[in-house]
Design a protein around this ligand. Sequence first.
Ligand SMILES: [Zn+2]
Ligand SMILES: [Zn+2]
Length: 79
Amino acid sequence: MTCKGICIRHKALKPVGTGRYSNGQKRCQICELFLIWDGLWCPCCGYRLRTRPRNLKYKAKLRARRKIQEYQLMIQKRQ
Ligand SMILES: [Zn+2]
Ligand SMILES: [Zn+2]
């Protein structure tokens, strides 16, 4: 799996005001750039595209949301 240079044609520009993933862009680890592409696989190298951020901020947000849900359940049970 190598970059053939096709990905340049599908290269995504950095969106203003929103994240890349929330804007529908996908990341190819092999080509090392963000693509505007409907498929799950890179049209250039054939590697699976990443559609979600891997960063800790995102995970922390998810964890916080889960904690809030647990808390709300706890309150509901008490009533
Ligand atoms: Zn490529
Ligand atoms: Zn690629």
